[in-house]
Design a protein around this ligand. Structure first.
Ligand SMILES: Cc1ncc(C[n+]2csc(CCOP(=O)(O)OP(=O)(O)O)c2C)c(N)n1
Ligand code: SF4
Length: 292
């Protein structure tokens, strides 16, 4: 990150790292990173106050392509890493990213607990309904009946709607977008990052290599938007736009404001200290080991 960048207004080029994406030409994830650059420009996000974290998968390579702090962790662990960063450094903008396998299979448990804690983290789930990196096996979002490398006769399992899961476990902002809809996606990423609390953005992001161009075409045909009179403050309204099969409804499904975990901890600290100054480390140690 050059010091020159610090003086000027941020442009897309200031958020691009020197790494060239190794995604397959036509991969939907290009649309996601482009939308993220543009959202960062809109919000004029300071790269040195931003951390992007991921697990493992094609989509989890994204932190390497953005010139902020970043961490490419182990499979399924983007959210625990993001939680640690946010609790230790609440002033930073923390963004977690990854695929549907990473976030809903091996990492599914972490989505539940990060959502219910309402940490101020943005989580962008790049949903291609498959395990891309490991060559096209079925994932939790693979539609029932779909043929994949691991479901030759069709997927026998019911699939997960990621937005429904996030809604029911406590996310305070839930949105759905499509990587082929740049205008809509930039707006959604901007809103997700601006939200104070856990924001969950499910981005339908096709995998051209294992599902061909049919998946992109189908998503584009199904794309529709929430009606103008949609009230996002009611969970029941948002749930109407989950488990969809014939359409893909994009927009902010749900948005409420409740205290974040860090705000709760700050309040608790005030109550427990009862106006007294915090004890020094020496005093704490003496409490445990009086003979020290
Ligand atoms: C503990 C562990 N188990 C399994 C794997 C193998 N693995 C790597 S990525 C991946 C799934 C990738 O799919 P997804 O998260 O949907 O991301 P995509 O590649 O589709 O973007 C799997 C199973 C691993 N790296 N680590
Ligand atoms: S395998 Fe699929 S998800 Fe992975 S980079 Fe290629 S198109 Fe994208």
């Amino acid at each position: 990150m050059s010091t020159e960048t610090m003086k000027t207004e941020f442009k897309v080029k200031d958020y691009k790292s020197d790494l060239k994406p190794v995604w397959c030409p036509g991969c939907g994830d290009f649309g996601v990173v482009s939308a993220l650059y543009r959202a960062m420009v809109k919000l004029q996000i300071e790269p040195w106050n931003t951390v992007i974290l991921s697990g493992i998968g094609c989509s989890s390579r994204l932190p390497g392509y953005v010139d902020t702090y970043g961490f490419n962790g182990v499979h399924g662990r983007a959210l625990p890493l993001a939680t640690g960063v946010k609790v230790a450094r609440p002033e930073l903008t923390v963004i977690a990213v990854g695929g549907d396998g990473d976030g809903l299979a091996i990492g599914g448990n972490h989505l539940i607990h990060t959502a219910r804690r309402n940490l101020d983290i943005t989580y962008i789930l790049m949903d291609n309904e498959i395990y891309g990196l490991t060559k096209g096996q079925a994932a939790p979002t693979t539609p029932t009946g779909n043929k994949t490398k691991s479901t030759y006769w069709g997927n026998p399992e019911p699939s997960v709607d990621p937005c429904e899961l996030a809604l029911s476990t406590g996310a305070t902002w839930v949105g759905r977008g499509f990587s082929g809809d740049m205008k809509g996606l930039v707006e959604l990423v901007t809103q997700a990052i601006s939200h104070n609390g856990f924001s969950f953005l499910n981005v339908m992001s096709p995998c051209i290599t294992w599902l061909g161009d049919g998946q992109f075409k189908e998503m584009k045909e199904k794309l529709t938007y929430l009606p103008e009179d949609h009230d996002p403050t009611r969970r029941a309204n948002a749930l109407k736009y989950t488990r969809e099969t014939d359409v893909l409804t994009a927009g902010v499904l749900y948005e409420v404001q409740t205290p974040t975990l860090v705000e709760q901890l700050d309040r608790m600290k005030e109550v427990s200290m009862d106006g007294k100054p915090a004890p020094s480390t020496k005093e704490i140690l003496e409490g445990f080991f009086p003979d020290l």
